[in-house]
Write a protein that binds this ligand. Structure first.
Ligand code: ATP
Length: 254
């Protein structure tokens, strides 16, 4: 029987390849690449046992494992799946639809909101005051805001510095800036388990990376140890930034 191969099959293969590549990238970023390889090896053995060798007993055991395995994978990779869906939902084209459905207006940060953040970071960097500031973009940060103390104030350089001052009760944890307002401080962020993060970067950096992997927020870090200013964005670090570089990253549209 001749095998028909049309444009539809080509697109089908291309989409599967893209899906596999994206899964690989997500798992690499979250440090679970070995699980990805394990799954591939399992699928390969399953195909050989049940399709090529046609071993019925072992094949039926593997079939059962595969049907339960899909559920297990959803539980195991809920963060990665969430990130994938968030990335889809926070893409510029789909965010218009998301905003329409949620009824919230887009409030773009302008220079007058970004400059106080940059100046505060610069001052804290000089004084070696540790800070972690998450700037919301398209994906709402309600869950993160709920873990901290609500402030709801205008973005103000002195207020930012005051909050992160060592003896301030809210200096621990992250500040969240949303819709041109300092919404909350002392917030707890999800810590990234990525094994590729350099050992010298501690929990503050890992927490910034964590939130940048599951949302499209900018997470600005001022290191207490070195005074360096860095940003985590879309699962990538931009380290040792100057004030100008920080301003340009925060101003940049997706
Ligand atoms: N999950 C988290 N969410 C929010 N803030 C966190 C989280 N984990 C740690 N932090 C903040 O980071 C601080 C600890 O920073 P740590 O010294 O471990 O990190 P670091 O990346 O080495 O930063 P630094 O260079 O400033 O020392 C905590 O005091 C806390 O304020």
């Amino acid at each position: 029987m001749p095998i028909e191969f049309g444009v539809k099959d080509f697109i089908d293969i291309l989409l599967v390849a893209f899906l596999l590549y994206y899964t690989y990238k997500l798992m690499k970023a979250s440090g679970s690449i070995n699980v990805f390889i394990g799954i591939l090896v399992f699928i390969l053995i399953w195909l050989v046992v049940s399709q090529i060798l046609e071993m019925r007993l072992l094949g039926s055991i593997f079939d059962k494992l595969v049907s339960v395995g899909v559920l297990a994978l959803i539980v195991l990779f809920q963060d990665e799946i969430r990130h994938f869906l968030l990335t889809l939902g926070s893409h510029q084209r789909t965010s218009i639809l998301a905003r329409f459905l949620s009824g919230s207006k887009k409030e773009q940060m302008d220079k007058s909101d970004i400059v106080p953040i940059v100046l505060a970071c610069l001052n804290m960097s000089k004084q070696r005051i540790g800070a972690l500031i998450v700037v919301e973009k398209n994906v709402p940060l309600y869950d993160t805001i709920r873990t901290g103390e609500i402030i709801d104030a205008n973005v103000n350089q002195r207020l930012i510095e005051n909050i992160f001052f060592k003896n301030s009760p809210l200096h621990d944890g992250a500040m969240v800036i949303s819709k041109k307002r300092i919404k909350a401080a002392g917030c707890i962020l999800p810590v990234s388990h990525n094994l590729d993060i350099p050992k010298e970067l501690g929990l503050r950096h890992r927490a910034a990376m964590g939130i940048s992997q599951i949302t499209d927020a900018h997470a600005v870090i001022v290191s207490e140890e070195t005074g360096f200013i860095s940003v985590a964005y879309h699962g990538q670090f931009y380290l040792r930034l100057s004030a100008e570089e920080l301003e340009s990253i925060l101003t940049k549209e997706d």
